[in-house]
Design a protein around this ligand. Structure first.
Ligand code: DX5
Ligand code: ZN
Length: 222
């Protein structure tokens, strides 16, 4: 049974109270901090980058979960200097060299994760199953916070869990990203997800971050 984990999406954070926010996350035993990196090419938006990751590591011991929404990530993984215990995800659609990118993350001693857009079939993972510790299933099209869940991605979570289990990869985790609201999280949990990117739809919805985390934990099995 994989552990149910929460990864707040730091692009949704209020920077005016950032130190307090990190303290709350530590008190609430948040498992990962999700960092969205967008290059304006793979997705049209720009967000967080290498300096943000470096500074965050100085401020907290919570491991990072770096989501690279950038083209040809294999050339830029070093810039993030991934650490053991951290996740780094690369999109299958963003490179012709998915295996190389995943192997590079492993070389740093970090945990490789393959990210898939909603329309990307699971079979792109067929020959990289030994190279991953997790699959990131986008439940919206990547690029912006505050979007609506694409309903057919719920079935994709179920299919992905079955795909991994039947091939002997029950240890590989499934992270979900996009409109992980309290209501949707419950459905994602039932479908087989176990890491939840919590953005404007849950943890950052309203003032009481600690209460939101508690509420989300209740929806994903306590
Ligand atoms: C994109 C981001 C967004 C977002 C998640 O990769 O991770 O999906 O911050 O939060 P929501 O969808 O709840 O705004
Ligand atoms: Zn993300």
């Amino acid at each position: 049974m994989l552990k149910q984990q929460i990864a707040p999406s730091m692009m949704c954070a209020d920077y005016r109270t950032f130190a307090d926010l990190l303290k709350t996350f530590e008190e609430q035993k948040i498992e990962y901090l999700h960092i969205d990196v967008m290059d304006g090419v793979f997705v049209k938006n720009y967000t967080l980058g290498t300096d943000f990751c470096r500074r965050l590591r100085d401020m907290t011991a919570i491991p990072l979960d770096i989501h690279l929404m950038i083209t040809e990530p294999e050339w830029k993984i070093d810039w993030f200097a991934p650490r053991p215990g951290e996740y780094v995800s690369v999109h299958a659609e963003a490179t012709d060299h998915l295996q190389r990118a995943l192997a590079k993350i492993r070389d740093f001693g970090a945990r490789p994760m393959a990210a898939l857009n909603p329309a990307t079939p699971l079979n792109v993972l067929d020959y990289v199953l030994d190279d991953i510790d997790a699959v990131l299933l986008m439940t919206v099209n990547p690029g912006f916070a505050g979007q609506k869940l694409i309903p057919q991605t719920l079935k994709k979570i179920t299919d992905c869990r079955e795909y991994l289990d039947t091939r002997g990869y029950s240890h590989v985790e499934i992270e979900v990203d996009g409109n992980v609201s309290f209501v949707n999280a419950e459905k994602m949990y039932a479908a087989g997800a176990n890491i939840y990117v919590a953005g404007s739809s849950s943890v950052f919805c309203g003032e009481d971050i600690a209460a939101n985390i508690g509420k989300l934990r209740m929806r994903i099995g306590g």
